[in-house]
Write a protein that binds this ligand. Structure first.
Ligand SMILES: NC(=O)c1ccc[n+]([C@@H]2O[C@H](COP(=O)([O-])OP(=O)(O)OC[C@H]3O[C@@H](n4cnc5c(N)ncnc54)[C@H](OP(=O)(O)O)[C@@H]3O)[C@@H](O)[C@H]2O)c1
Length: 286
């Protein structure tokens, strides 16, 4: 890689960022396509976010991934939001268009492509979505336009109700919401073809947290757990053991990263290169 005065800088900002996979995935893609881009990670504390965004403007940083805890707060500091980022009130990708900072959210398209590209047909399907946080909102918006019915369960019921109401207004589809409980998960799962876990239950270090009782999982179910650390969650293992089709969180990670890459470079993302880079890194460091 040869860095010059013309090299375009992309980065991820968050706190913590030490374990982010974005530099691994994006640099592998830049290198593969011989693009004059480089990707770095910057730790930005919440109280420094405004200064960091000002720095991005001053330094002319070209593309930015935004991760926890800044995805919501950053929406107020940008010049433009695309309709998805506006709906979700959360940005994970910024493009610097000649000094104008434009915010996008690629989580929804990432999840949608992870399902579709792994052979899941969404048309006429009933989906149970666990969670109503930032990723769940983006996924719900993407799915509401494609599936027959969407059931949303969340620990904080008000957030699920709010999401249901805005989706019903926005997509014109019938969305149902309820509070997460064992009884509700079992009841809605019986009626569903696809289960998506978009909560952080089961994420490292709480790897034994599991909202779904293994006995409720069936071979005719598709299960996507968007958590990618650990690489295979407890839910994913149990779903596999029950004979269900399992889509891993790494797939969503790749497709949302690919969407960011395409926004920054205008080139089609080399998916297989990005997937291998992510898997190699996860296998080495978890
Ligand atoms: N694969 C990917 O590309 C990708 C992309 C984005 C995020 N993620 C992963 O998705 C997960 C959620 O991220 P996010 O950005 O949406 O976070 P977030 O906005 O903080 O939302 C967290 C969600 O998890 C729920 N939750 C947390 N602990 C729970 C528990 N013990 N029981 C039941 N519900 C629980 C929260 O419920 P309340 O509303 O009640 O708090 C909320 O719905 C994280 O693990 C993140 O790493 C993956």
């Amino acid at each position: 890689m040869s860095i010059s005065g013309k090299t375009k800088l992309c980065c991820v900002i968050g706190d913590p960022v030490e374990h982010t996979l974005s530099p691994t995935i994006q640099n592998a893609a830049f290198k593969h396509l011989k693009l004059d881009f480089i990707f770095l990670a910057f730790k930005v504390k919440p109280q420094e976010l405004e200064n960091a965004i000002q720095g991005i403007r001053v330094l002319g940083i070209h593309g930015i991934n935004v991760t926890m805890p800044h995805k919501k707060a950053v929406t107020k500091l940008l010049d433009e939001l695309d309709p998805t980022a506006k709906f979700v009130s959360s940005v994970n990708t910024i493009l610097n268009r000649n000094g104008r900072l434009c915010g996008f959210n690629t989580d929804g398209i990432g999840a949608l492509n992870a399902l579709k590209e792994n052979g899941v047909n969404l048309s006429g399907k009933k989906v149970l979505l666990l969670g109503a946080g930032s990723a769940a909102k983006a996924i719900a918006l993407a799915l509401a336009k494609e599936v027959e019915q969407l059931f949303i369960l969340n620990r904080t019921h008000e957030k699920a109700i709010e999401l249901k109401e805005s989706l019903n207004r926005f997509s014109g589809r019938k969305v149902t919401s309820d509070i997460i409980s064992h009884e509700a998960i079992q009841r809605y799962l019986q009626k569903s073809d696809i289960l998506v876990n978009a909560t952080s239950a089961g994420m490292h270090p709480n790897v034994n947290q599991d909202l779904v009782v293994p006995d409720w999982l069936r071979p005719d179910l598709t299960v996507m757990d968007i958590i990618y650390s650990p690489l295979e969650t407890k839910l994913a293992k149990e779903a596999k053991a029950a004979g269900a089709r399992v889509i891993s969180g790494v797939e969503m990670l790749i497709y949302q990263g690919a969407a960011s890459f395409e926004i920054w470079t205008g080139h089609k993302a080399p998916l297989e290169v990005m997937r291998q880079a992510a898997l190699n890194r996860l296998a080495k460091f978890g």
